[in-house]
Design a binder for this molecule. Structure first.
Ligand code: 4AD
Ligand code: MG
Length: 433
């Protein structure tokens, strides 16, 4: 048998070799005594050429059975495309069919989003969907690389929690044996704050849940968050780390996933500009700027989707909005020493309307102040004594942030809607497949 290889490994040096490929017939065209099949093996796509005269009668009879999505193994001689340099094709010598696929429900015509989402188990094979998931993988990989290179330890935070950390209105509730109610985690942040005293810099990366009834192109019910938490790091330095992380991710995707970005027709020049430093606007400055641009936003309001788009209209890279009014942010944020009505929190807003990709802050590290903030926010102290305790035994200034993986994927890939960025999206009206 010719040696088994992956499509992505086929290059100049492979020309003239006969290789074995295992995959699926992504597309087929035939004209008389020649069949063109586009083969997909998960690592890439390659054109295969089947000629009647090469295969003989029996082989040709098999070839004629190939339908879209038929699984197969082929042996083919690799050659360079006669007109396109750097594009390779396989002159097929042998085929073995694994399963001749039934008529494939996803056609070449345009399907609506509901149809495609109902067929998500198949739609994932689409070339653009493949490119999005490949880029998602690169984002995950580069996130780990960056964090490990910078001495972060991965701490897996729990998903079942006794109470909320980001506000009580968006929790998924379930019965937990004799202990009453439990909730699906909205963020692992509070648990990471415990781990910094053991490991200094830590992160988690896992699924998080928000029961908010938002039906927007930026909200998922289940999404993946990376939370990072850092001891002895204050607000401004935390933003330095965030912009380094995001720039690292974008540059890695550009370096390693160029063809995938091209498949998505993503403007790479815009992404290339993602390098530190990012602009930092205070909330106050942002409100004034938005008002000048025609927004109806008032001091004290949270940003709507339109405000997020507007505030980055003159920037091709993400922008930080920092020092938010205490009233619209979570209880754990540290007060701004210059104005105790504000907190040392920052949101990182992606350009081109992709919205908030990171939420973070310096944390309140004083026992009494935090206790007061928790009481004011009506946080049930019986569940949070452990969190307060952290401020009794070696409390230190510390900061952290959480990124929304799917928002980052949407921005980098240029996806219109966040539902395409996760393999199996969970939306208000969708739990299958
Ligand atoms: O801003 P959020 O709510 O922050 C936290 O949960 C903090 N505890 C994180 C921390 O400091 N460790 O969520 C963080 C990010 C947002 O900036 C956004 O990118 C994403 O998570 N996000 C969502 N992504 C998709 N669908 C949703 N419903 C999301 N809600 C938040
Ligand atoms: Mg937020």
């Amino acid at each position: 048998m010719a040696s088994l290889t992956l499509i992505k490994k086929i290059q100049k040096e492979t020309v003239g070799q006969t290789v074995t490929l295992r995959g699926w017939a992504h597309n087929i065209r035939s004209s008389g005594s020649i069949i063109f099949i586009e083969i997909r093996d998960g690592s890439g796509f390659i054109q295969g050429i089947i000629e009647k005269k090469q295969l003989g009668k029996k082989g040709w009879a098999e070839a004629e059975k190939i339908t879209r999505e038929t699984s197969l193994e082929i042996e083919g001689l690799i050659q360079e495309h006669p007109r396109q340099k750097g594009v390779f094709e396989a002159q097929i010598k042998k085929i073995s069919l694994k399963q001749v696929a039934d008529e494939y429900p996803i056609g070449k015509k345009n399907h609506g989003p509901d149809f495609l989402l109902d067929h998500r188990h198949l739609w994932l094979r689409d070339q653009k969907q493949w490119a999005i998931q490949s880029i998602r993988q690169e984002i995950i990989k580069s996130t780990y690389q960056f964090l490990w290179q910078n001495d972060f330890t991965k701490i897996d935070s729990p998903i079942l929690t006794p109470t909320a950390c980001e506000g009580t209105t968006t929790l998924f509730e379930l019965e937990y044996f004799n202990l009453g109610k439990a909730y699906l985690s909205q963020s692992g942040q509070l648990y990471l704050e415990a781990a910094i005293a053991a490991h200094n810099k830590v992160f988690d990366f896992g699924p998080t849940f928000r029961a908010e009834k938002s039906k927007t192109r930026k909200h998922l019910i289940e999404f993946w968050m990376m939370d990072a938490e850092m001891a002895f790091v204050e607000h401004q330095e935390s933003m330095n780390i965030q912009e380094k992380l995001i720039s690292f991710i974008v540059q890695r995707v550009l370096k390693n996933k160029g063809p995938e970005l091209d498949l998505l027709a993503r403007n790479k020049e815009k992404l290339e500009k993602t390098k530190p430093p990012f602009s930092r606007l205070t909330y106050q400055e942002a409100i004034q700027k938005l008002q000048k641009m025609g927004s109806k936003i008032k001091f004290g309001d949270d940003f709507g989707a339109e405000d997020e788009t507007l505030i980055t209209a003159d920037s091709e890279i993400p922008v930080f909005i920092e020092k938010w009014p205490e009233k619209i942010k979570a209880f754990y944020m540290k007060s701004d020493p210059q104005n105790n009505k504000l907190v040392l929190g920052a949101d990182l807003i992606a350009p081109e309307g992709y919205g908030e990709i990171i939420g973070g802050s310096q944390r309140e590290d004083d026992y009494q102040i935090l206790k007061k903030k928790m009481k004011a926010a009506k946080i049930p102290l019986q569940y949070f004594q452990w969190y307060l305790d952290l401020r009794k035994y070696g409390s230190a200034p510390h900061s952290g942030f959480g990124y929304g993986l799917e928002r980052i994927v949407a921005w980098i890939c240029g996806c219109q809607h966040i539902r395409e960025t996760i393999p199996f999206p969970r939306l208000i009206n969708r739990l299958t497949p």
